[in-house]
Design a protein around this ligand. Structure first.
Ligand SMILES: CC(C)(COP(=O)(O)OP(=O)(O)OC[C@H]1O[C@@H](n2cnc3c(N)ncnc32)[C@H](O)[C@@H]1OP(=O)(O)O)[C@@H](O)C(=O)NCCC(=O)NCCS
Length: 170
């Protein structure tokens, strides 16, 4: 099982060699992630390989909202119509270095992110976990894990109720 830790100053050198094959996600961890963490714009979690010391993968979480009108009707009808937008948790980025692909690390980091999001939702309301897939390949990955496309948007969501069922909510 991969364990994740909060990105810290000690990881700075390690992030410089990160390569997931997607320029935006590589550049983000190398140049912007620690600034975003410092400014409280997002939290960034990394998984470090204990043998090589390399960063295997990372993900980011932040608060977000979904316009009520974007939520598919079968979910929307159970929500208060007086709300313009619904609180959510954004899993903004998720990437695995190409040297660690196919080892279930993507799946493990996704589960780790869902678990953290679910725990946070017990103290700060959050209706769903939202992701913003970079391309069709990323969309296929999230579809495999049950994420649903938000109409008229490239974003996808997984209701927190569904996430809760993976963990402790009955
Ligand atoms: C997408 C990504 C995170 C997957 O990581 P990974 O460690 O290689 O994937 P895993 O080994 O955990 O795969 C878990 C399962 O998802 C499947 N899978 C992996 N990538 C997939 C994709 N793009 N589409 C559909 N299924 C995918 C695997 O076949 C595996 O299936 P199984 O459990 O039935 O065997 C990784 O390829 C990556 O970092 N890609 C570049 C960045 C990116 O696109 N991030 C997505 C968010 S923007």
């Amino acid at each position: 099982m991969a364990t994740t830790v909060i990105l810290s100053h000690d990881h700075r050198i390690l992030t410089s060699g990160f390569n997931c094959g997607k320029f935006l996600l590589d550049t983000y961890i190398k140049t912007q992630a620690s600034q975003d963490v410092k400014r409280k714009l997002s939290a960034c979690f990394v998984s470090v390989d204990h043998v090589s010391g390399l960063i295997q993968g990372y993900y980011t979480l932040s608060n977000n909202s979904i316009p009520l009108g974007l939520i598919p009707e079968n979910y929307r009808r159970k929500l208060p119509h007086s709300y313009n937008s619904i609180p959510a948790t954004l899993l903004g980025r998720l990437a695995i270095d190409i040297r660690f692909r196919g080892l279930c690390l993507g799946k493990m980091l996704l589960i780790d992110a869902l678990s953290r999001s679910y725990e946070i939702s017990k103290s700060v309301g959050s209706f769903a976990v939202v992701v913003d897939p970079l391309d069709d390949e990323a969309e296929r990955f999230y579809t495999k894990f049950g994420f649903i496309l938000l109409p008229d948007s490239h974003k996808m969501f997984l209701p927190m109720k569904t996430v809760g069922k993976l963990f402790d909510e009955k």
